[in-house]
Design a binder for this molecule. Structure first.
Ligand code: DAK
Length: 272
């Protein structure tokens, strides 16, 4: 990953990826995981390409929101088991750079939506949970089936799933390895909306465009504030929120947003 953080404020050009399709439209970048023959199993190459694409998007002025999606059949069926099966402890430990690539989604600072159809299993479910919210097609199936392979979730599954759905259901999912359908995932708070499969990308795009047209720094700070709720006590979280809220009054976008309301017009945010 070689993007220089100093060279910010750019329209970024993407290289051709082997395992991703990356497209941009109206301030939104869609990253489509693209290993259809393996149900988008997350091989090393895909994971690395995903991290590289996100690093570029972090400094891409044209992108205000990202959607990660897969195919109609699979968001991602987990880490590539065929790549992992002969691994040793030292392979896992020494190549923790692999673990860091996985975390690229969680580290991403702009809003990011998972649009999930079909299987989101193991690492696939974990990547979806690293996104800011999940919109699921009615055929989506979520699960942490690693226990069936003699391991357990390794990219945050035990931690994030427990925070999303509570202890009882997280234990159920991780210990039995069963999958849950979209309605159950919606009922327990894992996903924010369930939509018919053929509407998934339209709904995700509508949400993403709405986010992309907000003030970018305000959207990023809002994301940071909500994420802080999962990292700290309520008192500290509220203190952090208040400081961020106060800081927003130093932005031109706060003046524009509130003026536009008073003048009964649509705000024109400049990300300043
Ligand atoms: N890995 C590799 N190949 C996979 C795959 C996977 N996870 N899932 C599916 N495929 C491949 C199949 O092998 C098959 O390939 P061919 O035989 O055609 O060559 C092709 O995709 C189609 O799959 P199926 O024939 O099995 O399709 P079905 O519709 O019958 O079944 C299924 C779909 C999703 C129920 C089934 O494929 C399945 O159970 N897949 C495995 C799901 C799973 O166990 N996922 C968890 C993987 S473990 C780490 C952090 C995290 C992790 C690892 C490391 N570090 C930080 C180091 C995460 C681990 C995991 O996710």
């Amino acid at each position: 990953m070689s993007v220089k953080r100093a060279s910010i404020h750019k329209k970024v050009k993407f290289m051709a990826y082997n395992t991703l399709e990356v497209t941009k439209e109206s301030g939104v970048c869609i990253i489509k995981l693209n290993r259809p023959k393996a149900l988008n199993a997350l091989c090393n190459e895909l994971t690395m390409e995903l991290a590289q694409a996100l690093e570029k998007l972090e400094v891409d002025d044209e992108t205000g929101c990202v959607i990660i999606t897969g195919s109609d059949k699979a968001f991602a069926a987990g880490a590539d088991i065929k790549e992992l099966k002969d691994g040793t402890y030292l392979d896992m430990y020494n190549h923790d750079v692999f673990g860091l690539y996985w975390e690229a989604v969680a580290r991403f600072r702009k809003p990011i939506i998972a649009a999930v159809a079909g299987y989101a299993l193991g690492g696939g479910c974990e990547i979806a949970m690293m996104c800011d919210f999940i919109i699921a097609a009615d055929n989506a199936k979520f699960g942490q089936p690693e226990i069936n392979l003699g391991v357990m979730p390794g990219a945050g599954g035990t931690q994030r799933l427990a925070r999303f759905v509570g202890k009882s259901k997280a234990m159920d999912m991780c210990l039995t390895g069963r999958t849950m359908r979209a309605e159950e995932a919606h009922a327990c708070g894992l996903v924010s909306r369930v939509v018919p499969l053929d509407e998934l990308m339209d709904v995700a795009m509508e949400a993403a465009k709405k986010i992309a047209h907000q003030s970018r720094p305000i959207a990023m700070m809002t994301k940071e504030a909500v994420n802080t709720a999962f990292e700290t006590s309520l008192t500290q979280g509220i203190h952090f929120e208040r400081r961020l809220f106060q800081s927003m009054f130093s932005t031109e976008d706060q003046k524009e947003g509130m003026s536009a309301f008073s003048e009964k017009r649509t705000p024109h945010f400049t990300n300043k």
